[in-house]
Design a protein around this ligand. Structure first.
Ligand SMILES: [Zn+2]
Length: 309
């Protein structure tokens, strides 16, 4: 349960003037318009048609302190071919992300209360918007959610206690000592382990439903990603693995994570589950799969990549 954070003084935040963030790519659909990523209690405000509100004015009246920041939507990623990863489909794992809103400005806000009285608007949990929004809009919504989280958790400087204010689109600076701060990601690995025609799937206590996923865990300080893969597999299952290969990565804005996916092959050992984290686990073949993770997850992509190959 989060306690309410103090509201910034009036005047710190304001609805940005449209001119510097004017739309360059959505021709005809709203010159000077913004995308409005407005959150409340983990939900995102969408239109009743399931779109991010896009207009010259906010869809609801915004109090000055409800505006967290404003950003420009990311420019298109470099063309495929410059990336050497085995999976070059982009963060969300669907088609190459069409950054159709490139250059458009976005207003990021944190509402004091959910919008419940507007038939033209709806509040949708961020994770569910994966199934509603385009891949690029979903990824951008995640970025905005992470900026909101960063803002909420970094009101004051950890060095001197001074007030932190936005310095760039993705950083804050202390008004007293000048310390600059960027959002910190919680990096986690996830690994698909193959043994002959089976893969290892596990159910963790903290899963919200009965699905089975893959071994995963947070990277510790001073550790490489590959060391983390080996450590997590050993800690959770007492198995030894080899042939660790990078698969893909995915922003995971719940609240501010980066999932790095790997594949590996079983080497030796018998499964001995870490009962404090896992309630079940075992080897599964393609025709004997348990209930799968949500398609929004990189676990699902790792599993389906194996199923389809
Ligand atoms: Zn400071």
């Amino acid at each position: 349960m989060k306690s309410p954070l103090p509201a910034p003084p009036l005047g710190e935040c304001h609805i940005p003037a449209p001119s510097p963030l004017q739309s360059t790519s959505q021709s005809g659909s709203g010159e000077g318009a913004f995308l409005f990523f407005l959150f409340c209690q983990g939900d995102l405000l969408l239109t009743s048609e399931g779109k991010i509100p896009f207009a010259t004015k906010p869809p609801i009246e915004l109090k000055p302190w409800e505006v967290v920041t404003k950003i420009k939507c990311p420019l298109p990623a470099p063309p495929l071919g410059e990336c050497s990863s085995p999976d070059e489909r982009g963060g969300c794992g669907n088609e190459a992300l069409p950054k159709k809103e490139s250059g458009v400005g976005a207003v990021v806000g944190l509402l004091s209360s959910p919008v419940t009285d507007r038939p033209d608007l709806q509040m949708v949990p961020l994770r569910k918007t994966f199934h509603i929004l385009s891949p690029s809009d979903y990824q951008l919504a995640g970025k905005c959610a992470e900026l909101v989280y960063f803002h909420q958790n970094n009101k004051f400087c950890g060095v001197c206690g001074g007030q932190m204010r936005w310095h760039t689109e993705i950083s804050k600076q202390c008004q007293e000592c000048g310390k600059e701060l960027w959002p910190s990601l919680a990096t986690a690995i996830i690994v698909r382990i193959k043994r002959d025609d089976e893969i290892l799937m596990v159910h963790a206590h903290n899963f919200r439903d009965r699905h089975y996923g893959l071994v995963a865990g947070f990277v510790e300080t001073g550790e490489t990603l590959e060391e983390c893969v080996r450590r997590e597999v050993w800690e959770e299952t007492r198995l030894r693995i080899h042939n660790i290969r990078y698969f893909a990565s995915q922003p995971w804005p719940y609240p501010s994570g980066l999932m790095v996916g790997f594949t590996a092959d079983y080497l030796s050992g018998e499964i001995e589950l870490q009962r404090s984290e896992l309630s079940d686990g075992g080897w599964y073949s393609r025709d004997n799969l348990p209930y799968l993770p949500d398609p929004s997850s990189i676990a699902y992509r790792l599993i389906m990549d194996w199923v389809n190959n």
